[in-house]
Design a protein around this ligand. Structure first.
Ligand SMILES: C[S@@+](CC[C@H](N)C(=O)[O-])C[C@H]1O[C@@H](n2cnc3c(N)ncnc32)[C@H](O)[C@@H]1O
Length: 231
């Protein structure tokens, strides 16, 4: 805040907003993610550093991908981070929440990316079917009964639709896994973040969707990423 504020008055206002509980990233208007400065507007999920692991796994799995979809994109941080490395890639970001879509539109513009609004795959142009090299989907995965246990920054300042993944937290993940192979190119991959506890059920959902599946774990970032490849 010291380096972002233009003077003492703005700094005092920023401190007051932070003290009132607003996440630091919403106070500043940006979050650091994979070495990028991602614009984050109030009401939009703040990209977590943990999710940089999903980005790294996607790049390792599909270093030559030419079409990237960031489904459940929020700010579009994941798509932007992938496009920053995969120069010239065709990038699409999609979310059900119009506030997130507007924010993502800003963040993917630097990569000539497109932002779409709608429920999961319904948001995507049909011409993407069978062409997606990387389908990154950081879906909401907090079980409904545990949303109330989240830190106040999340509970009070991030939309419920960005957090609540249903009874066991895997409702959205299962819907994505069931339809991903329709959209993936041969050899294309789907990547989803889960908690450690959910990982096994998530792997089963991917396998039911016909994907060749493995789990990647980062102890350092406390991150679990399920990776499914269309054979
Ligand atoms: C956990 S946030 C992740 C945001 C972003 N991918 C990131 O990592 O920072 C989940 C996002 O999924 C979106 N979402 C939830 N249900 C959705 C649905 N049925 N279709 C599309 N997006 C959805 C939410 O609006 C939210 O932006």
């Amino acid at each position: 805040m010291l380096s972002a504020a233009s003077g003492p008055d703005e700094l005092a206002a920023m401190v007051a907003r932070r003290v009132s509980g607003l996440p630091l990233e919403h106070v500043l208007g940006w979050a650091e993610f994979s070495g990028l400065r991602i614009a984050v507007e109030p009401g939009v999920f703040v990209p977590r550093r943990r999710t940089e692991f999903l980005v790294a796994e996607a790049l390792a799995q599909a270093p030559d991908a030419s079409v990237v979809v960031d489904l459940c994109c929020g700010s579009g941080a994941v798509g932007a981070a992938l496009a920053a490395v995969l120069t010239g890639v065709e990038l699409h970001a999609a979310d059900i929440d119009p506030v997130a879509v507007e924010c993502a539109r800003r963040n993917v513009a630097a990569y000539d990316g497109h932002a779409h609004q709608g429920d999961l795959f319904d948001a995507l142009p049909s011409g993407l079917r069978g062409r997606v090299g990387i389908l990154a989907a950081n879906v909401p995965y907090v079980p409904t009964g545990e949303v109330g246990l989240l830190p106040a920054e999340a509970r009070e300042h991030e939309p419920l639709v960005a957090l609540d993944g249903g009874g066991d937290g895997l409702d959205v993940l299962r819907r994505v896994a069931a339809r991903a192979s329709e959209w993936l190119a041969p050899g294309g991959c789907l990547l989803v973040e889960t908690s450690e506890r959910q990982a096994r059920s998530a792997v089963t959902a991917f396998e039911s969707g016909g994907l060749i599946t493995r789990l990647a774990v980062s102890e350092e970032l406390y991150a679990n990423v399920v990776i499914g490849v269309r054979g």
